[in-house]
Each structure stands twice: as structure tokens, then as C-alpha cells.
Design a protein around this ligand. Structure first.
Ligand code: ATP
Ligand code: MG
Length: 270
């Protein structure tokens, strides 16, 4: 039995082959004994291929035979496999960007069989959890998503159109000029915490989009594949990123099971 694990800063994603298809499972990375227990209950003598920032640590802590796999290669290999499965390679083309929005964000460039890490940002899923906690005291990911859906993420921002209020703006007036920039509105209105969370989600989405679009411009591709558990059940973030990517003239793609890309790539590495 072969298992692929992507042991990230927050979540450990597990992929394994069953008779018909692949199985998917996720644990908090902190629950390593749970992971040991789950593997031993479901597999006899498994071979574990493991990637992610905690791969070395997991190699020591897991009770099974393990092999470490490079995280950036595993991520891109997994994305390519998922694109093939979902017959999306025809749309993206063989050259595309991958933005992996995990605890932090990493951006990669794929050209056929070559993979390159282009850059990254500390703005990611961890920022969503941390800023939301500071602003609202909420710390449960599912609850945060529920609240974000009900909020207006634009109400705390200033748009380019707001600044160029008396003339035609030189760039699209719909672009955000300043995330969280509308201080006077904050002072003069009681704003609900739903708006705070929606504004955090929007800031993260717009920042990641801007970074990805600039990298895509530089590498002359229009395709950006967005992955990472930050998108799990997070339609608000997906819609913001899709809209903002298109506003900037590029195409956004999301994959079912995209958050398992690293684990899939680890499983496939031989
Ligand atoms: P990194 O790649 O940066 O090491 P990671 O691989 O652990 O981190 P992901 O699993 O891709 O990162 O994404 C983690 C993010 O997903 C969290 O920061 C949070 O925003 C979101 N998330 C989704 N589901 C959960 C959950 N059940 N618990 C906590 N965070 C969750
Ligand atoms: Mg990760």
C-alpha cells in the first residue's frame, strides 16, 4: 500500500489509492498520533511518501517506512495530474502559474515538465485565521467562512473610483486603492464583524491575485491555477479571486481536490 502525505504548517493532507479511485483525508498537522493511528487502522505495511514543511519531522515521528519528496515538485506534479483528470489542460495550456495558498502562499511556474518557484508571500490562510481572530475573536475555520458570506468586504475599502470621484480614473475605478482604508466609515458607523471577516478575505484574495497576475505577466501566460486548503469550502475567496483575476485580464482555475496537489505529487513520485 502506498500513501502520499503533504505535511504542511497547518494541515496534513493524505491521498491513497483504493480499488477504483483515490481516497482523501485531512488532519491538523499537530495531531500526529491521530495520523499514526489512522494509517495503522487502514493499511497493513504501508509505504509512505511524504512532502511539505513537516516532512522531515513526520519521517521521524511516523511508525512506518517513509520517503521524503521535494515539496515544490510534488505540488506542481499533483496540479498537472489533477488538471489532466479534470480535462482542463486544454484550457490552461502547458504553461501556467500555480498559486498555493496554504498557511503562507507560494507561487510556481509550470512549463510542461519543468517547474520553478517564482516567489511567495506571508499573506495566506494563516493570515485569514490570525487577523480574523484579532478583529472578531472567532477562530473556527468553518464558522469564519459562514460569517464571511454574510459580510460586505468592500465596505471597509477605498476604491480607485472613490479617489478619482470627480474625474475619470486613469485605471479601472473598480480596483481597490486601499484595503481597510476607509477609516472615516469605520469611525462613523457600527460595522458588523461579518464585514471585518469579509474584508480580510477580500484583502487576502486581492493581494494573492495581484502577485499571481504580475508573475503571470512576466512569464507571458494567462493561466493561473489556485490551490491550497484556504479555498476548502471557501466560495467567497474563490469568487473574489476569479473576479479580480479576470478584471486583470487573466484566467483563474480551481481544482476539485486542489488542496491535495502536494500529497498527490508525493504519492506519484517514484
Ligand atoms: P503551508 O503549505 O504554508 O506549510 P499548509 O500546507 O498546512 O501550509 P493548507 O493546508 O494548504 O496549508 O492551508 C491551510 C489553511 O487552510 C489554513 O490557514 C486555513 O485558512 C485553511 N483551512 C481549511 N480548513 C481548515 C481547518 N479545518 N482548520 C484550520 N484551517 C483550515
Ligand atoms: Mg502546503
Amino acid at each position: 500500500d502506498c500513501i502520499g502525505i503533504d505535511a504542511g504548517g497547518t494541515l496534513s493532507k493524505i491521498v491513497y489509492a483504493t480499488e477504483a479511485e483515490y481516497g482523501y483525508k485531512v488532519f491538523p498537522t499537530g495531531n500526529i498520533q491521530e495520523i499514526n493511528k489512522w494509517i495503522s487502522q487502514h493499511f497493513s505495511d504501508p509505504h509512505v511518501q511524504i512532502t511539505g514543511g513537516k516532512a522531515g519531522f513526520f519521517t521521524e515521528m511516523l511508525d512506518f517506512q517513509t520517503k521524503k519528496v521535494n515539496e515544490f515538485v510534488a505540488t506542481c506534479v499533483g496540479v498537472k495530474w489533477l488538471l489532466e483528470q479534470e480535462q482542463m489542460l486544454a484550457k490552461t495550456g502547458k504553461r501556467f502559474m500555480v498559486a498555493n495558498v496554504g498557511t503562507g502562499t507560494s507561487i510556481h511556474y509550470v512549463d510542461g515538465d519543468s517547474y520553478e518557484r517564482i516567489g511567495g508571500s506571508g499573506i495566506g490562510g494563516g493570515t485569514l485565521l490570525g487577523l480574523t481572530y484579532l478583529l472578531t475573536g472567532e477562530d473556527d475555520f468553518k464558522k469564519i467562512l459562514e460569517l464571511s458570506k454574510k459580510g460586505n468586504g468592500k465596505s471597509l475599502n477605498i476604491t480607485v473610483g472613490d479617489i478619482y470621484s470627480h474625474e475619470t480614473p486613469p485605471i479601472s475605478g473598480d480596483l481597490t486603492a486601499s484595503n481597510f482604508g476607509n477609516v472615516s466609515r469605520m469611525k462613523h458607523n457600527h460595522l458588523p464583524k461579518e464585514d471585518f471577516i469579509a474584508a480580510v478575505v477580500r484583502m487576502i484574495g486581492e493581494t494573492i491575485t495581484t502577485m499571481s497576475v504580475q508573475a503571470a505577466d512576466r512569464l507571458h501566460t494567462d493561466s493561473i491555477v489556485y490551490i491550497g486548503s484556504t479555498f476548502s469550502g471557501n466560495n467567497t475567496l474563490k469568487e473574489i479571486i476569479k473576479g479580480y483575476t479576470e478584471l486583470r485580464g487573466k484566467n483563474a482555475y480551481f481544482l476539485e481536490h486542489g488542496e491535495y496537489s502536494g500529497a498527490i505529487g508525493a504519492l506519484m513520485n517514484r
